[in-house]
Design a binder for this molecule. Sequence first.
Ligand code: FES
Length: 175
Amino acid sequence: MKLTAEETRVAVDTTRDILSGPNDSRGNLIPVLQQVQKKLGYVPPVAMQEVAAHFNIPAVDVYGVITFYNQFRLTPPGKNQIKICMGTACHMRGANIIQEAWERRLKIKVGETTEDREFSLERVACVGCCTMAPVVVNNEEVNGKITPTRVDGLLFSYELDKKNAAAEGGEDNGQ
Ligand code: FES
């Protein structure tokens, strides 16, 4: 996913700012990456390069650490962050099938964001609504008893909301 010039600038500035703290030992690699992720919501390649140069290690090593831990995102989160619960109850009730359904519909994998930045997909641990398993959280909204058909329904209602918002925006502009 291509970042805008502004996103790149923010990523570089933010990472340099974090690295300007007392972070010289290589043991600080993961805490630094966690701070970048916390501030930006993801760790883009430009941030990895900054971090690699700072610790004097190959960028591929930083990439290796990021992809080893699934707490890190490589792409900016989408406007709609779809979190698929992978806790035991949801897993037992087909969370993997739900994950596949989202991946097929959105044409992305877990950890990725759609090209239009509308959706991103991630897996999370139990969100505390096990009686509603399988569960998907969209931004802060919990949706239970999800089936592949309900995935279609949720996407349809997003489309509808988007169209309505665009129509309202158009009306406002016309006034
Ligand atoms: S396991 Fe999914 S809500 Fe608890």
